[in-house]
Design a protein around this ligand. Structure first.
Ligand code: 1ZZ
Length: 584
């Protein structure tokens, strides 16, 4: 166990991401004394990786990777646990001119086969030439790698460490090179690797540290965000480094078990910047005991970033209320919006202002796709959080189905243009073409409106259900159901329902011909078990008679209409919170 984390104030003068490449940024940071610190579930400091040590180790590892016979631009898959080894390998790939991509750790150890399949999908889609995982996960990785064509080497960091380091000189990267691939979260089938160049990456990082966070001397980050998600990797691994800021890490699973540990890290090390998805804040509000507040001092926390899923104003209000006695200042809330296809961040609200929200008439929103500010009390309303404006070099617009730009307060598809947009999806021209519209406008798949230059996200056009911060594709759940002998193709429809307490439940409606109660029960419970195993979430299964599910003219199921039908059948209409109308 180490005993001193890297200091908050680095010994060098601060440069805010004005580097051409990631490794150039690390070369600079390594001359100071800031770095990454890893804590265990009990809050003990397990290891310290100063940027100086990181540079050193990454150089050596890069020469070992070069010894594997990989060529410039080859992909290297890394299972991204919250460890120093992962970070060293990630940067080592860049020094060696290789393209790393992070793969998730298993969320639910019960679903061995599903996890292996997920890894295999990424290895194939990213056409990895090498893959690494630590001893805990190497078994899964080896299994996933079986039969893979292009993989030349699979092993642990220790095994790589035993290989000779070649005496090659490490060449500087070019800004137009691909820096990494980011797999978009959630889906088990057809994972898509977003291609991000060094130029796009550095542009986004600069926007984040200069404009989004207004990073200054004395800043320090604390994070539990997974390293395989863009917010964890770009936001909490790369962004601090390019600004020579120290970070304290807690593994995601340790946060999930005891969210208090994250707050303790903030309190103990006087962190100023810490991000979370709304669900993480909810977890803190729910699980931290009032008696634990006494020992917490959250007054140093000046940027409490929140994003990555719909932000409900009440989530923020409840968190602020709960943690005010521990010195939490609600002005620290910093809502922001982004996606992997734009490296990470697109919009940021203003530092130090807290969150703003708008209450709009719920009826007009749905019927007329228009946000009309609530005039009188008593009417049903939806409240949306202001996610702020686009970073410099970026433009956000909202368009209708015909692609025409809509005026303020009109709800439509959110499109983004700018310097941090992806090059495309790796080896997937069809999806790239669908997502990057003419003129290089990125179609985010999100719905929202603009008001006075600020973005308000109201929902998603694509059918992704977000449960506890995880994106789950409706299609994947339906496919699982259709693999059952009793269920035919296009006879299953999945969607999410969010209740007044902001809890999202996945509903799976099945057209079913079975008549015996035992058979029906067996199907229902099997489906629930399978969904739980595959996605780690509970789901509600409803069996309906054939031809109940609404279809479009081309015979495709409409999840939206299926959801409406379910709401009517179950009389949920009145119970659902007005705020829910933002969801699909
Ligand atoms: P992903 C130093 N979504 O989630 C740290 N924001 O990417 C800086 N929905 O591709 C961090 N309201 O997985 C800056 N506000 O999913 C972080 O998620 C800025 O549906 C936030 O299409 C970055 C989040 C990155 C992320 C993208 C999808 C979006 C959208 C949803 C993201 C949201 C939001 C509602 C928001």
């Amino acid at each position: 166990i180490a005993n001193t984390p890297t200091p908050t104030s680095s010994s060098q003068s601060q440069r805010l991401a004005d580097f051409e490449t990631l490794t150039a940024a690390l070369e600079y940071a390594a001359d100071g004394n800031a770095g990454y610190n890893f804590y265990d579930a009990k809050g003990n400091l397990r290891s310290v990786l100063s940027y100086q040590a990181l540079r050193q180790n990454a150089h050596v590892l890069a020469r070992r990777l070069a010894g594997l016979g990989l060529v410039h631009g080859d992909r290297v898959a890394l299972i991204a646990d919250t460890t120093p080894e992962f970070v060293e390998l990630f940067y080592a790939c860049r020094y060696a001119g290789l393209i790393p991509f992070a793969m998730p750790v298993p969320v639910n150890l019960g679903s061995h086969a599903v996890y292996v399949q997920q890894l295999r999908g990424m290895l194939d889609s990213g056409q990895a030439s090498a893959a690494l995982a630590n001893v805990d996960y190497i078994g899964f990785l080896k299994e996933a790698a079986e039969g893979s064509q292009g993989l030349r080497w699979v092993g642990t960091p220790e095994q790589l460490g035993e290989l000779p380091a070649l005496e090659t000189s490490l060449k500087a990267n070019h800004p137009d090179e691909v820096a990494y691939l980011q797999f978009t979260s959630g889906s088990t089938r057809t994972p898509r690797g977003v291609i991000i160049t060094e130029r796009a990456l550095m542009s986004n990082l600069q926007g984040i540290v200069r404009n989004g966070l207004e990073i200054r001397p004395g800043d320090r980050c604390a994070s539990w965000l997974p390293f395989y998600h863009d917010m964890g990797l770009v936001g909490m691994v790369m962004a601090p480094m390019v600004a020579q800021v120290s970070v304290d890490y807690l593994a995601t699973r340790d946060f999930a078990i005891r969210p208090l540990q994250w707050l303790r890290l903030i309190s103990r090390n006087r962190a100023t910047v810490a991000f979370s998805q709304p669900f993480g804040l909810k977890l803190c509000t729910l699980r931290v005991r009032d008696s634990d507040l006494e020992d917490l001092d959250l007054s140093s926390w000046r940027a409490a970033g929140v994003g990555a899923e719909m932000i409900r104003p009440d989530t923020l209000r409840n968190f602020a209320e709960k943690f005010a006695p521990a010195g939490f200042d609600a002005r620290a809330f910093l809502p922001c919006y982004g996606l992997a296809e734009s490296t990470l961040a697109v919009t940021f609200s203003q530092v130090g202002r807290g969150f703003q929200s708008l209450r709009v008439d719920a009826g007009t929103l749905v019927d007329k796709k228009m946000a009309v500010r609530l005039q009188a009390e008593g009417r049903k309303y939806s409240e949306f959080v202001n996610c702020g404006r686009a970073l410099p070099g970026h433009t956000v617009k909202v368009v209708d189905d015909a692609g025409l730009t809509l005026s303020d307060m009109r709800v439509g598809s959110v499109l983004v243009y700018g310097s941090s947009i992806m090059t495309g999806y790796f080896n997937n021209p069809e999806d790239t073409q669908k997502t990057l519209r003419p003129g290089n406008w990125l179609d985010t798949g999100d719905l929202g409106f603009l008001f006075e230059g600020d973005l308000y996200v109201t929902g998603r056009r694509t059918d992704v259900i977000i449960v506890n911060g995880r994106n789950i594709r409706a299609q994947d759940i339906e496919e699982l159901a259709e693999q059952q002998p009793e269920v035919r193709a296009r006879e299953a429809s999945a969607f999410g329902i969010t209740d007044a307490n902001d809890v999202t439940t996945i509903v799976l409606v099945i057209e079913c011909r079975l008549t015996s109660i035992t058979d029906r029960q067996s199907l229902t419970s099997r489906l629930q078990r399978l969904v739980y195993m595959a996605f780690g979430v509970n789901c509600l299964v409803e069996l309906v008679s054939p031809h109940t599910l609404p279809r479009t003219s081309s015979g495709k199921l409409s999840r939206f209409a299926a959801r409406q039908g379910f709401i009517q059948r179950t009389n949920l209409t009145d119970q659902l919170s007005a705020a829910e109308s933002g969801d699909k």
